[in-house]
Write a protein that binds this ligand. Structure first.
Ligand code: ZN
Length: 71
C-alpha cells in the first residue's frame, strides 16, 4: 500500500495530499505560485543570519527596496 502524506496548504490551509498533489505541500499550482510571489515581493522576511565576517556581508549587501513603483 503506497504511503500518502497530508498537509495543510501553507497558503489557503486546505488539505494537500502527496503524491496526489504534484504541488505538495501546496493544494494547487495557483497557491504555490501565489506563495512564491509573496516571497519574491518580500512579504515574508527571512531573519538575518550572521554568517561570519561583517565586512563580507557589507560587500555583498543588496540595495534595499526604496518603495518606488517605477519600473
Ligand atoms: Zn491552497
Amino acid at each position: 500500500m503506497p504511503r500518502t502524506f497530508t498537509r495543510q496548504c501553507p497558503h489557503c490551509t486546505r488539505q494537500a495530499t502527496w503524491p496526489d498533489t504534484p504541488t505538495y505541500p501546496f493544494c494547487s499550482e495557483r497557491c504555490q505560485l501565489i506563495d512564491l510571489g509573496a516571497w519574491a515581493s518580500g512579504e515574508y522576511r527571512v531573519p538575518c543570519e550572521s554568517t561570519g565576517d561583517a565586512t563580507d556581508l557589507a560587500a555583498i549587501e543588496m540595495p534595499e527596496d526604496t518603495g518606488e513603483d517605477e519600473y
